[in-house]
Design a protein around this ligand. Sequence first.
Ligand code: AMP
Length: 145
Amino acid sequence: MNRPTDDDCIFCSIVAGDIPSHTVYEDDEVLAFLDVNPLAPGHTLVIPRGHYPTFGDAPNTSLSAVFDTIGALTPAVERAVAADASNVGFNNGPASGQEVPHLHGHIIPRFEGDGGRPLHAVGGRPPDLADDEFEEIATSIADEL
Ligand code: AMP
């Protein structure tokens, strides 16, 4: 199958087998491997084989496969490292902190008292929205679908 690839992308090099990784799962659509700079033991990345920088670039088949894999892997990762919980998330675009421009989900095991923070810690200054602004935003999002 012809998938987009980028010669300058480190994750494409992992998909091609040109750079080694600690692979934990692979199939026709996705690859999952340990993050080389883990935030916790078992920190795992799940990527589509195709080079799609963000959600908006990726076809549904890749997105479905990534989410199915994350769904199956997350409890397995937790059990493997005896984690109490996990954070699962994506940096989606450079302004969010995404450093590798190849879509990837992070599974980050969490342990009671590990000093980490919830996903809510990633946001900027929270907006103070009135009810009509919530409604306007909700409508705008629905209109964009
Ligand atoms: P992000 O900031 O969401 O783009 O995260 C990129 C992640 O990729 C970081 O957590 C890096 O530690 C990880 N990473 C970069 N290069 C490699 C590599 N060769 N193998 C495994 N993980 C990597």
